[in-house]
Design a protein around this ligand. Structure first.
Ligand code: SF4
Length: 366
C-alpha cells in the first residue's frame, strides 16, 4: 500500500488547511520533486515491497496530483520495486475536474491508473466560486463523462456539505446531479474550519457565518437517506460505495494495514507499532522523516477510533478490554453501539448516530 503525496496546487481553496505549495507551470520544480521521490523509493524498497504484499494499492493524493506532468507520474511508477507492467489491485489518482482531458486520462490509464478520485465538492457555480475552486459545475460533469469514455470505470467524487448556502434545495439538487453521474464511490465531508485557511479569517472578520449544527445534521441525514435509496453502501462515516466499490486503499488505513507514504508530509505505518512521517517541503525542496513508537494501548485505542468510524465496527472484546465492561454495557443500553453483524462479535456506531460519532468516541475513550 503506497501513498505518494503531490504537494502542489494551482490555487488555494477557501476551506483548505492541507499542506500544499502553490505552483505555476514550473517544470523544474516538478522534475526536482520527482527526482527526490525516486530517491526516496530507492531508500525504502524493502518497506514498499512488504507493505504491498498485504495490500497492493497505489494512491497519488495531494495537493493536486493532476497538476504533475504524466511523465513524472510514469517515472515514479517505474521507479517502484515491481516488475514492468505490474497491475495494482487499485491505482487511484486524485484529480481536479479542471485538469481532466481525454489525452491525460488515456495517458494515466496507460501508466496503470484504474481509479480516479475527483474533487468536485459542489455542483453549484456560486458555491464553487466561494470555495475558490478552479472548475465549474459543467466542467465537473464533463470530467466524469470524459473519464468514463476513456475506459476508467471506477470513479469517486468528493462533495462538501455543512454550508449555509446548501439550504433551500441546493443540497438536494447537488445530490441529484451527483447521482445522475452514477459514480461508483462518493466521499462527503462536512465543512470544517481549518487552522490557517482563508475560511478561518473570513469567520474571524465576520464575513462568513457557519451553518448551524441543525443544518449540518439535516444535510447529513438527507445525504445518508438519499444515497441508501440509490443503492450505496454507507461503509464509513464519510464514505459511500456501490456494491463491491468500497475504496481498497482507504479501507486498509482504517484496518491499520502497513503503508508507505512518499513525499513531503506523507505518513508511514509498519502495521504494528512504528509510525513515521515526512516533514513538509523545505526551502531547498527536500523533506526529512521523523517517527514514533506506539504502545500496545495506543495501538488499541487507534484501532478502536478508526474502527468505530466504519460499518464493520470493532471487535467487542478489544473494546471491552480498553473501556471496561460497565462502560460497554452502558453504551449498548443507550444505543450508542449496536452489533455490526449477526455474529455479534463486532460492535459499531449505528448509522443514525454516525453524525455524532466523534462525540461518542470521545465519550468512550476520554
Ligand atoms: S482542497 Fe485540495 S485543491 Fe484545494 S487547496 Fe487544498 S489541497 Fe489544493
Amino acid at each position: 500500500m503506497i501513498y505518494v503525496h503531490v504537494p502542489f496546487c494551482k490555487s488555494f481553496c477557501t476551506y483548505c488547511g492541507f499542506y500544499s505549495e502553490l505552483c505555476g507551470r514550473s517544470e523544474k520544480a516538478f522534475e526536482a520533486y520527482t527526482d527526490r521521490i525516486c530517491a526516496e523509493i530507492d531508500s525504502r524498497r524493502e518497506e514498499i515491497k512488504a507493505s504491498s504484499r498485504e495490500v497492493d494499492t497505489l494512491y497519488f493524493g495531494g495537493g493536486t496530483p493532476s497538476v504533475l506532468p504524466p511523465s513524472c507520474i510514469r517515472r515514479i511508477v517505474e521507479a517502484l520495486p515491481f516488475p514492468v507492467g505490474h497491475a495494482f489491485r487499485e491505482f487511484t489518482i486524485e484529480m481536479n475536474p479542471d485538469d481532466v482531458t481525454a489525452e491525460l486520462i488515456t495517458e494515466l490509464r496507460g501508466i496503470g491508473a484504474n481509479r480516479i478520485s475527483l474533487g468536485i465538492q459542489s455542483f453549484d457555480d456560486g458555491i464553487l466560486r466561494w470555495m475558490n475552486r478552479r472548475h465549474t459545475a459543467d466542467a465537473a460533469v464533463d470530467a466524469v463523462k470524459t473519464i468514463r469514455a476513456c475506459g476508467i470505470d471506477n470513479i469517486s467524487i468528493d462533495l462538501i456539505f455543512g454550508l449555509p448556502q446548501l439550504e433551500d434545495g441546493v443540497w438536494e439538487k447537488t445530490l441529484d446531479k451527483a447521482l445522475e453521474l452514477h459514480p461508483e464511490h462518493i466521499s462527503a465531508y462536512q465543512l470544517s474550519v481549518e487552522e490557517g485557511s482563508a475560511l478561518e479569517k473570513m469567520i474571524a472578520d465576520g464575513r462568513f457565518t457557519e451553518a448551524t449544527q441543525e443544518q449540518c445534521r439535516s444535510q447529513y441525514d438527507y445525504l445518508c437517506a438519499r444515497l441508501r435509496q440509490a443503492g450505496y453502501n454507507h461503509y464509513e462515516v464519510s464514505n459511500f460505495a456501490l456494491p463491491c466499490h468500497e475504496a481498497v486503499h482507504n479501507g486498509a488505513y482504517w484496518s491499520r494495514a502497513p503503508y508507505v507514504g512518499l513525499g513531503p508530509g506523507a505518513h508511514f505505518f509498519d502495521g504494528a507499532s512504528r509510525r513515521s512521517w515526512n516533514s513538509e517541503m523545505e526551502a531547498d525542496g527536500s523533506w526529512t522523516p521523523d517517527s514514533e513508537e506506539l504502545t500496545d494501548y495506543d495501538a488499541s485505542v487507534e484501532r478502536i477510533m478508526l474502527g468505530l468510524r466504519t460499518a464493520a465496527g470493532i471487535d467487542a472484546s478489544e473494546l471491552k478490554a480498553i473501556i471496561g465492561s460497565c462502560a460497554l454495557q452502558e453504551a449498548l443500553s443507550k444505543g450508542l453501539l449496536v452489533p455490526a453483524s449477526q455474529q455479534k462479535t463486532a460492535l459499531r456506531i449505528p448509522e443514525d448516530r454516525f453524525f455524532v460519532s466523534d462525540d461518542i468516541i470521545r465519550q468512550l475513550i476520554p
